[in-house]
Write a protein that binds this ligand. Structure first.
Ligand code: A3P
Length: 295
């Protein structure tokens, strides 16, 4: 299927990556590659459900030096938008600095200038079993994504890469393989759960921010799960019902490590582990799979 035949919200492959009809425009996505990049540009790259909206909140708070009131004038999704959504690629070109953006796109769509060490990239990775579970639930909430028949149906789709974001293994490995070309910081969702303060400090340093200890502490305070759940500008409860069916769940669901244990069967887990070991055997970063493994 191509975009001319697609119905609204169909998943349509474009240059080896699924886009969502009506949400993404392939021509506009293609233009991102040639965008000029400013030194102050920051891109957060994630596979879906890896902590994107968490990073949106952290970036906004760092920009506002921890002042939560200053972030309440506008939604995080507007201030730190997804570059690949219709209209956002075009708007990026003339947007004022600093241009803070999030993206789920694969490496080959992103501005070429990033690989000339212009701008900065933060890649957030999350253990893929929890990603799968979070994504399963999100497919029920997001009206632009097909509701899975059941968990097994979604498990199979995810393993085949038949979702927006495609194959989790390809996403992380491709981005990681280009780490030396870019100004890039790799962090994991699990590190953020384990020690948010030190991750926020690393991000602040990476972005050359100059915040006092008290300001940094405020960034941390207003980006905890408990607090973000109460901040409509950050937690997506203000996203219109035609995109998210808020009766079916929320973006801020559990916010923990290891919920996969409540969903995977023994057989699914064994199969997942086999694929993980094969795909990730040469990958140097490790993941935390259980909240009890946090020291
Ligand atoms: P769960 O569904 O497992 O709860 P994304 O923003 O990439 O779509 O990721 C959403 C996931 O990040 C959800 O995971 C959500 O709860 C979690 N999340 C968002 N903000 C968080 C926070 N402040 N602390 C912990 N998890 C958070």
């Amino acid at each position: 299927m191509d975009f001319t035949e697609a119905k609204s919200h169909d998943l349509v492959p474009h240059k080896g990556f699924n886009l969502i009809s009506g949400i993404h425009d392939p021509d506009e996505v293609d233009q991102i590659y040639n965008s000029e990049i400013r030194d102050s540009d920051v891109f957060v790259i994630t596979y879906p459900k890896s902590g994107t909206i968490w990073m949106q909140q952290i970036l906004r708070l760092l920009e506002a030096k921890g002042d939560i009131q200053a972030t309440k004038d506008e939604l995080n999704s507007v201030q730190v938008p997804w570059i690949e959504l219709i209209g956002n690629g075009k708007a990026f070109v003339t947007a004022p600095s600093p241009r803070l953006r999030v993206a789920h796109l694969q490496y080959h769509f992103m501005p070429l200038a990033l690989s000339q060490k212009k701008g900065k990239v933060i890649y957030v990775a999350r253990n893929p079993k929890d990603v799968l579970v979070s994504y399963f639930h999100f497919h029920k909430v997001a009206t632009m994504l097909e509701t899975p028949k059941d968990f097994n149906d979604f498990f199979e789709k995810f393993m085949k890469g038949g979702v927006y974001g495609n194959c989790w293994f390809d996403h992380i490995k491709t981005w990681y393989s280009h780490k030396d070309d870019m100004n890039i910081l790799f962090i994991t969702y699990e590190e953020m759960i384990q020690d948010l303060q030190s991750v926020v400090e690393r991000i602040s340093l990476f972005l050359d921010k100059d915040l006092t200890d008290e300001q940094l502490a405020n960034v941390v305070k207003h980006s905890t799960f408990r607090n973000m759940k109460k901040i409509p500008q950050a937690n997506y409860e203000l996203v219109p019902e035609d995109l998210l069916d808020h009766h079916k769940g929320s973006f801020m669901r559990k916010g923990t490590i290891g919920d996969w244990k409540n969903h995977f069967t023994v057989a699914q887990n064994e199969r997942f582990d086999q694929v993980f070991q094969k795909e990730m055997k040469d990958f140097p970063l490790s993941f935390i799979w259980d909240i009890n493994d946090i020291v």
